[in-house]
Design a protein around this ligand. Sequence first.
Ligand SMILES: [Mn+2]
Length: 328
Amino acid sequence: MEKWRQLVDRMSKPFYELHGMRDLALIGVACGWGARDPGCEDGPQAVFASGPVTCLTHDGQNMPAYEMVRAPLPPTGAAVFAAVVEINHRLADKVGAAVRAGHFPVVIGGDHSCAVGTWSGVRAARPADASLGLLWVDAHMDSHVPATSPSGALHGMPLACLLGEGHDELVHLAGAAPKLQPEHVCLFGVRSYEPGEAALLQRLGVKVIFMEAIARHGFAAMWREALAHVARAGAYGITIDLDAVDPRDAPGVGTPSSGGIGGDELVHALTDLHHDPHLLALEIAEYNPHHDRDSVTLRLLRRMLCAVGVGKEHDEPHDRARREILRP
Ligand SMILES: [Mn+2]
């Protein structure tokens, strides 16, 4: 009887706990105002409403609990900047609390300006003298400051902010700046950028793995190099702008850029990381459901969640085996 109770107890645990994963803290950021096209605001709700990511759930039926950060009203004009800062403040608080509780935050954007909140939150939850590595997977550099940005769009600036450059309100968000040391950051998949942001990264000495290098040496070798670089900080995070992926595999993004990495390759790479205790958080940004085709991007995003959550590449019901064991 005791054995049976233990079995039932074990089977009623979320799958990722059985696999030794920390509890996931799913956080959506319904904010698209860092971009000229605000469609990413609807990204996280589209994910959460698209049906359960069954391999992450307790019963294979319901989406695991999630929190959503959003503005009370869509801001306009001069209120946009303040709204983005405010949302990032609340996001940093939620992410920081999750890390302090020993959970694994998975943040779903939103335009990529949410990276300021996510990684400021992780930073704030870490000891003051601990380093933080960050792997920045993106077609772009996101390293503009207001003086170099042609558009002034905030989603083109989050990495510069985290490195201590740009709007004060974002640079100093939720703690002292800079949040990241340049030697602990690596960009991956870059193929579209302006000279001003490239010059900033070069001056700071940030490692950039361009798409040409990935095409020449292969995804796997370059991914290993990128991970090794950020892991030197001890603990690290990954932020994925879905526009890093080739538009054939991820058309539903705000700023598509041809010639990107393969969706399958990225999912496979994340699968290897679900056991890594040094990986502190994952962020997936820039999903724009209004530009998606046949839910191709949505399915890719869901596979990424499964990959990092349980180390499986597909969003399959995981409870088949459980039902078979429990069948009388
Ligand atoms: Mn980006």
